[in-house]
Design a protein around this ligand. Structure first.
Ligand code: SF4
Length: 237
C-alpha cells in the first residue's frame, strides 16, 4: 500500500487508488457493515462504503486535516465531511471565508467547489465510534503523506481539526519535508499555532463534531477566526 500511494502521479490518481484500499480489516468490515445496514433515514440510498478521498484543488494553499469520515456522512456520500452535521458547520464557515462555493455539502454531485483549500482525513475509512486505532492511523499514513507531497508546492497552512489530526502531522514533517519534528511536540489546543522553517504552518482548531458545536465549545465565530488566520498566513485574499 505504501508503494501504491507513492506511485500516485497526481491527486486524481491518488483519489482513485485510495478508494480501492482494503488494508485495515476492522475498518473494511465496519465501512461495509454500515453501508449494508444503513441508517433508517437513508435506507433508500446506496452508500459509498469505501475509503473517502480528499476534496479540493491541487494548488491549494490551505489544507484542512480531519480525523476520519463519518459512518453516515462521508461513508455514505463518498465525499469528505459531506452529508453530516460536522460538514454543515465546516462548509458554512468555509463559505463565509470565501473558500467554498456554497455553504452546504450534501452529496458528491451537488456542485460544491473549494478555492485554495484541500480537505482530507488522517484515516480514510469510517472507524467504529470515530476512533481509529494507532495501528490503523499508521497504516493509513502513506495516503496522507502522498497527498501532502502532491500539494506541497503551494501548501502554506494546515488547519488540524482536533488532537488526533494535530498528532498525525508530526510524522509527516519527516516523511514529506525531511524535517525533524519538534521535541517536545507542541500541545494541541484551539488557536494553537506552530511554524517551522520551510514547512507549512500548523493551526489547531477544535473538531467540528457535534460534541463541540452543539455544546458551544466551538462556535461559528471561533471557526471564522481560525480561517481568517489561515488565509492571512497562506496569503489568500
Ligand atoms: S483506513 Fe486507510 S489504510 Fe486502512 S483500509 Fe482505509 S484507506 Fe486503507
Amino acid at each position: 500500500m505504501v508503494a501504491r500511494a507513492a506511485r500516485a502521479a497526481d491527486l486524481a490518481d491518488l483519489d482513485g487508488a485510495v478508494s480501492d484500499c482494503f488494508a485495515c480489516p476492522r475498518l473494511v468490515a465496519w465501512r461495509e457493515e454500515v453501508a449494508r445496514v444503513k441508517r433508517a433515514a437513508f435506507r433508500k440510498q446506496d452508500y459509498w462504503g469505501r475509503p473517502v478521498p480528499g476534496l479540493g484543488p491541487p494548488d491549494a494553499r490551505i489544507a484542512i486535516l480531519g480525523l476520519a469520515p463519518a459512518a453516515h456522512g462521508g461513508n455514505r456520500t463518498g465525499r469528505i465531511f459531506t452529508g453530516d452535521r460536522s460538514g454543515d458547520v465546516l462548509f458554512a464557515a468555509l463559505h463565509r471565508a470565501g473558500l467554498a462555493s456554497q455553504p452546504t455539502s450534501v452529496a458528491a454531485d451537488d456542485g460544491l467547489t473549494l478555492r485554495d483549500t484541500r480537505i482530507f482525513a488522517a484515516v480514510r475509512c469510517a472507524p467504529p465510534d470515530n476512533k481509529p486505532t494507532p495501528a490503523e492511523r499508521d497504516t493509513c499514513a502513506p495516503w496522507l503523506h502522498r497527498e501532502v507531497e502532491l500539494i506541497r508546492p503551494t501548501l502554506r497552512v494546515v488547519v488540524a481539526l482536533g488532537a488526533f489530526a494535530w498528532a498525525a502531522w508530526w510524522p509527516l514533517l519527516r516523511q514529506v519535508y525531511g524535517r525533524r519534528p519538534p521535541t517536545p511536540r507542541p500541545v494541541f489546543g484551539h488557536g494553537a499555532h506552530w511554524s517551522g522553517e520551510s514547512v507549512p504552518a500548523l493551526l489547531g482548531c477544535y473538531h467540528v463534531s457535534q460534541q463541540n458545536t452543539f455544546t458551544g465549545r466551538l462556535t461559528p465565530a471561533m471557526l471564522d477566526d481560525v480561517f481568517t488566520r489561515a488565509k492571512d498566513l497562506a496569503g489568500v485574499d
